[in-house]
Design a protein around this ligand. Structure first.
Ligand code: 4NP
Length: 153
């Protein structure tokens, strides 16, 4: 049985590709890659087809994994049936997903950071207008959430 996970943010060039990369890296290290299907998507269409933001790529490289091959795409209706769990990076992403979800959607929709076990941290803040430090924090938050998520599955 495959578990199918979709990570979602606004542009699909900073946070959700970082989360996808962090989860892939974790699964590779645990030898569990074959058991999971991973993808990421955005709710906004400004960066469709683009590689992750260079600053996100660099932060992931500093953490030891590569996200350069990922390309931005939009969330689509089929995602709400295909994936088991859709993970929103922030509360706007969560409300957009709930609004887009068909009434008979089968995917669970949750905040990614609800799995992180970091009291008081509910969201992955948008690093787009931030610094390299903010991109490193994005990686660290995603790694914590992915660890907790894997433990919960
Ligand atoms: P992301 O960051 O949602 O983490 O990919 C953003 C990327 C682009 C924009 C906003 C957030 N933008 O406004 O273009």
């Amino acid at each position: 049985m495959m578990t199918k996970l979709l990570f979602v943010c606004l542009g699909n060039i900073c946070r959700s590709p970082t989360a996808e990369g962090a989860m892939r890296d974790l699964l590779n290290r645990k030898g569990l890659s074959e058991r999971f299907e991973l993808d990421s998507a955005g709710t906004g269409d400004w960066h469709l087809g683009e590689a992750p933001d260079a600053r996100a790529q660099a932060a992931c490289r500093r953490a030891g994994f590569d996200i350069s091959m990922l390309r931005s795409r939009l969330v689509r209706e089929d995602d709400f049936y295909h994936f088991d769990l859709i993970l929103a990076c922030d509360k706007n992403n969560l409300s957009d997903l709930k609004r887009l979800a068909p009434a008979d959607a089968t995917a669970r929709i949750e905040l990614l950071m609800s799995f992180a076990g970091m009291p008081g941290v509910e969201v992955v803040p948008d690093p787009y207008y931030g610094s390299d430090k903010d991109f490193d924090r994005t990686v660290a938050y995603c790694q914590s959430a992915c660890n907790g998520l894997l433990d919960s599955l």
